[in-house]
Design a binder for this molecule. Structure first.
Ligand SMILES: [Zn+2]
Length: 92
């Protein structure tokens, strides 16, 4: 039996930082689906989900107050659409 998308995502994240975009591209799912899986992974207490906030590549703005887990579209400070992250990892 092949592992589910969520199991594959958990394997990708264990001990490694991955951005929401990387996960969507690697698993061939939408950013919204990535967010749903991350929410479930964060709730399961088998492994602790760590997060690093998204950041603007243009001005360095950090999305530290953002509650959602998907990637922001544009920077609220400089309006550039060059946002990196957010990144996630599961503690091994
Ligand atoms: Zn910016």
């Amino acid at each position: 039996m092949s592992p589910t998308t969520r199991q594959t995502m958990a394997q990708m994240l264990t001990g490694q930082w991955r951005s929401a975009k990387d996960l969507a591209a690697a698993l061939l799912i939408t950013p919204a689906e990535v967010e749903q899986h991350l929410v479930h992974l964060a709730r399961s207490h088998q492994q602790k989900l760590r997060q690093r906030p998204a950041a603007c590549r243009a001005c360095g703005f950090q999305f530290t107050s953002r509650r959602r887990l998907d990637a922001p579209g544009r920077c609220p400070r400089c309006k550039a659409q060059r946002v990196a992250g957010p990144w996630f990892s599961l503690e091994p």
